[in-house]
Ligand binder design. Sequence first.
Ligand SMILES: N[C@@H](CCC(=O)N[C@@H](CS)C(=O)NCC(=O)O)C(=O)O
Length: 219
Amino acid sequence: MLVLHGSNGSPFVARVRMQAYAKGLEIELRPAALGTPEFQRLNPIGKMPVLEHDGFVLPESLVICEYLEDAFPTPSLLGALPQERAQVRLICRTVDLYCSGLLLLLWAAADPRLKLNIAEEREKLDKGLNALESFLSADGFAASDMLTLADCVLAPWLFYGAMLTKQGDDALTRRPKLARYMEFAGHQELVRKIWGEMDESYRAFMTKWRAQQQAASAT
Ligand SMILES: N[C@@H](CCC(=O)N[C@@H](CS)C(=O)NCC(=O)O)C(=O)O
């Protein structure tokens, strides 16, 4: 039995969900009790997602995705050739290592109390986006002509990327391959399903967060 601790609004959770859908795996989603000793025992890093597979516990989304590829190799979301598999992993790691500042920038826009060197973060993100633009496929899916883990990582990240665009930021739209992929992703049924789940979870999270902020400022 596969259980994923986390919530759909997290792009790190959503990538595993998207992979599971694409592979036809049934995976039960359970809320992650972040900050509790129980959750800390599951994941000493304290972050979601955490996978449980028949008693085997595994944190860190990309490690989870690779594990699911090893445990359930068919259909493969990595590709057959070493070069294809490397290209998929390159896109996944570029998003994680060099583009995750996007989430920080969005959070800083929502919560002015977050002290962030915006210019510095922006410069780092631009470098990451330049790399992503260079590694991304010019047509079709992110890494090749089939859906791979690169799409499972990139598409949920773009759910938040689209928010930057809505704020009038052209970071994605001025990069032709990223803009092309954004359009392409929006037409994929699986991506729309994942974005729908993310949207519902994100809205619920923001409603709760705003209510907490109001309650805190009233006291
Ligand atoms: N490198 C981690 C990142 C996971 C992550 O940042 N998760 C966030 C939710 S989007 C989280 O659990 N944050 C809670 C916290 O930091 O306390 C992964 O890939 O799983």
